[in-house]
Design a protein around this ligand. Sequence first.
Ligand SMILES: [Zn+2]
Length: 411
Amino acid sequence: MSSVLVSGGRVLDVATGELHENDVLAVDGRIVEVGTDVRAPGGTDVIDAAGLVVMPGLIDAHVHVTAATADLSAISTWPVSYVTAHAATNLRDMLHRGFTTVRDASGADFGLARAQREGLLAGPRIAFCGKALSQTGGHGDGRGPGQTVMEDTHYCAGLGRIADGVDAVRTAARDELRKGAHHIKVMASGGVASPTDRIDSTQYSDAELIAAVEEAGAANRYVAAHAYSARAVNKALRAGVRSIEHGNLIDDESVALFREHDAFLVPTLVTYWALKEEGVSYGLPDSSWEKVDAVLDAGLEALERAHAGGVKIAYGSDLLGGMHRHQSREFRIRAQVQTAADVIKSATLVAADLLNMSGEIGQLLPGTRADLLLLDGDPVADLTVLAEPAAHVLAVVQDGVVVVDRRQGTR
Ligand SMILES: [Zn+2]
């Protein structure tokens, strides 16, 4: 038995945004008690949190840990071993920013998730989808117009696979589920980093989307859909997808559909800012860079519309290549239209709900995993505390183990 007591800190209740002076006791990686004067068993490691704020570990619901470059098409030509080395670095850095769980929105597989779980890699635990399903010429089709062959076998590190038609979509979804996918990702509209599609296109027919939703549902999993325009978003929501990724161009009808279907929006605003500023230097082809403007400014408006409409909103970043270092900047961007408490909820409670991991992560309660951060200030009062983790996240505890410790200057 291993036990750890986080003692004397102010614990953030992410549901209310309030701080309470409490101790947190974890045994074998799970919290057993939160309260005052908690009695710890003999041999308990004590973490002195006096003067610090304690909050649940963060959840980023849209990352691509294998996206070592913004030239996504290139990744499928790289050796898996090399991509894995990049993923290990991305994962470690995410953990250092306070993210103890991530949902990978295509690219990561059961091998990476297992390596993290077994402690071979330091990083957030990974809820993965394997490869995203895309129609021919869709956002997951990395071929330029002059290419015929698509490298999308399992032994190739690309982010997407092509499946056209209801039967092929079913087979692809079942295949990803066979490999342990936590969710199925479908490309339901054009995107920035794909060479031949248009942002305003819809992708997949209703029948294909419904087939993916049926297959995921049969396995008690769900579908996450990449979509920008209201036309694509609304079509995907009607088909029964659980989360819309990006959603920069949603309309009022989208908001009503989100509520009607109890679906989630996962905005990823920081990636458009980063792609515009730095994308080309990290491998984004010019043809993709020219598409960024179509979604950049609309993104904040979409967040505001969804927030005002009471849509469940989860934290996402979607960064590629060397731009991963901006992962925590999303906190600051969202604070332009949401309260700090709401943004924090997006990265804890709401994201846990989206991942079907409520009661496991996202809150500090008896029974949840002991994933927590020690902060030098109150993030509800100032989101800079989370937006600048190297300065303010003093320690990260994951499954009851201190995995990042800046208190002794061990950066
Ligand atoms: Zn993405």
